[in-house]
Design a protein around this ligand. Structure first.
Ligand SMILES: Cc1ncc(COP(=O)(O)O)c(C=O)c1O
Length: 391
C-alpha cells in the first residue's frame, strides 16, 4: 500500500530549521568529530535546586498524577499573576487572564490556529523566532514580514505596512529582549504598539521569554505595562530561560481575557496540561527563587557574551553589545551567514546558527548562543580564530 499524501498545508512549511542543523551535527559527531554547539538557545546550567526538590516532593504525592486541568492548577495561575504584579506592576485576574502552557512555543503556534483563517495575515518580524511564521502557515494564514533592522535598533516600522495588508492583519508579533538580535525595547515602544493595535483591531502578541535574562544592570519590561494593553495584548512567558527549565515545557499566556479564552478553546482540544508536580515546581520558581539566583546566572551569561564579543574582530564579525537574551548576533564581513556557518561547522567543527533561519533579513548574520559551558565556549572561540586566520 502507499500512505495517503500529507495535508497540503505541510508543503508550505519548510523543515524546522534547527531540526536540520541538529541532524548535521549528529552526523558529524557519528563520524567522530567533536562538534561544539553554539547554535541552540538551551540553557546549559541546571534549574534552582529548590525547584527540583519541589518537583520530587510533589511527584511523591500519590494523588498528584492525574490530569491537573486544562487551565493548570489555580495555585499556579495565582503565582503567575503575583509575579506580574511584583515584577511589572500589572494586575491580572488569575481565572481569566492567565493560562498555563506546555512551553511557550506551544502557545505561540496555537495562537495562530486560534486566530488565523485562510486569507488572514500575521505580521511577523523579519528577523525573528521561526514559530511565529510556522504557526501562521500551519493555520493556512499568510505571513507579512515586518522588517526589523540594525539601523532602527531592531524595532519594526509600522508606517510602511501596505493598507490592504493592514486590513487583513489579525496578529502582530513582538519579542524583546529579542531572539536572535539581543535587542531590547522600552515602554514607549510598547505604548506605540498598543495604540497601533487598538486603532487597527489587531491582537498584539508579545513573546517575552527572555525578560529575566538581562545584563549590565538592565531590567526588561512587559508589553502589558503600556496603558490600554489589556484591551489588545497577549503575552507569553516561559520558565525555559528564566529558570533554566527548557526541557520542563512550562510557560504561560497572560493578558486580554478574550484572547486567553480563545487560545484555551484550541488548547483544550489539543492537550490536557501538565501533571501537578510541574505546576508546583513552577510556583516554587516564581515564588521562592531569589533575584540573587537570577542575577548570578545572568553574570555567567554576561561573561560569556563578553568572551564572544572580544573574539569577533578576530573572526570576521561585528556585533552590538546585547543587553538581554541568550545571543550574540554577528554581522559577517565577507560573504553571507550561511557560508560562514557552513565553514565554521566543517573547518572548525563549531556549530553556529546561520542568520537566514530567522528570516530573509538575517542573511548576512550568524547567531551565537551563550548557553554553553565556559570551557567549551573558550575552545570553540579558539578553534574559530585558528580557522579564520589560516583561511
Ligand atoms: C523568542 C522565543 N520565543 C519562544 C521560545 C520557546 O520557548 P519555550 O517553548 O521553551 O517556552 C523560544 C525558545 O528558544 C524563543 O527564543
Amino acid at each position: 500500500m502507499s500512505l495517503p499524501t500529507p495535508a497540503a498545508r505541510l508543503k508550505s512549511l519548510p523543515p524546522y530549521p534547527f531540526a536540520l542543523l541538529t541532524q548535521r551535527v549528529r552526523e558529524l559527531n557519528q563520524q567522530g568529530y567533536d562538534v561544539i554547539g553554539l547554535d541552540i538557545g538551551s540553557p546549559d546550567m541546571p534549574p534552582p535546586e529548590g525547584v527540583i526538590d519541589e518537583l520530587y516532593r510533589s511527584a511523591r504525592q500519590p494523588d498528584h498524577h492525574g490530569y491537573a486541568g486544562y487551565k493548570g492548577t489555580p495555585e499556579f495561575r495565582v503565582s503567575v499573576a503575583q509575579y506580574y504584579e511584583r515584577r511589572f506592576g500589572v494586575k491580572l485576574d488569575p481565572e481569566k487572564q492567565v493560562l498555563p502552557l506546555l512551553g511557550s512555543k506551544e502557545g505561540i503556534v496555537n495562537l495562530s490556529l486560534a486566530y488565523l483563517d485562510r486569507g488572514d495575515v500575521a505580521l511577523v518580524p523579519d528577523i525573528g523566532y521561526p514559530a511565529y511564521s510556522m504557526g501562521a502557515l500551519l493555520a493556512n494564514g499568510e505571513v507579512e514580514w515586518l522588517p526589523i533592522r540594525e539601523e532602527n535598533a531592531y524595532l519594526p516600522d509600522m508606517s510602511t505596512l501596505p493598507v490592504d495588508v493592514l486590513k487583513r492583519a489579525k496578529l502582530v508579533w513582538v519579542n524583546y529582549p529579542n531572539n536572535p538580535t539581543g535587542a531590547t525595547a522600552e515602554r514607549d515602544f510598547y505604548q506605540h504598539m498598543v495604540d497601533y493595535c487598538r486603532a487597527h483591531n489587531i491582537l498584539l502578541a508579545s513573546d517575552n521569554p527572555y525578560c529575566e535574562v538581562t545584563f549590565d544592570g538592565y531590567t526588561a519590561g512587559s508589553a502589558l505595562e503600556a496603558d490600554g494593553a489589556l484591551d489588545c495584548t497577549i503575552e507569553f512567558v516561559s520558565f525555559s530561560k528564566s529558570h533554566n527549565m527548557a526541557g520542563w515545557r512550562l510557560g504561560a499566556a497572560v493578558g486580554n481575557p478574550d484572547a486567553i479564552k480563545t487560545l484555551l478553546t484550541v488548547k483544550s482540544n489539543v492537550d490536557s496540561g501538565h501533571f501537578q508536580a510541574i505546576y508546583d515546581a513552577g510556583i516554587m520558581a516564581f515564588d521562592e527563587v531569589p533575584q540573587a539566583w537570577i542575577n548570578e546566572r545572568n553574570l555567567v551569561y554576561q561573561r560569556r557574551r563578553d568572551l564572544i564579543l572580544d573574539a569577533l574582530p578576530h573572526i570576521g564579525l561585528t556585533a552590538h553589545k546585547p543587553k538581554g537574551s541568550l545571543y550574540v548576533w554577528g554581522r559577517v564581513a565577507e560573504g553571507d551567514g550561511a557560508s560562514y556557518a557552513e565553514q565554521a561547522l566543517m573547518k572548525a567543527h563549531v556549530s553556529i546558527a546561520p542568520g537566514a533561519i530567522y528570516g530573509p533579513g538575517g542573511t548576512n548574520y550568524v547567531r551565537f548562543s551563550v548557553g554553553v559551558a565556559d570551557d567549551r565556549l573558550e575552545e570553540a572561540l579558539a578553534r574559530l580564530k585558528k580557522w579564520y586566520t589560516s583561511r
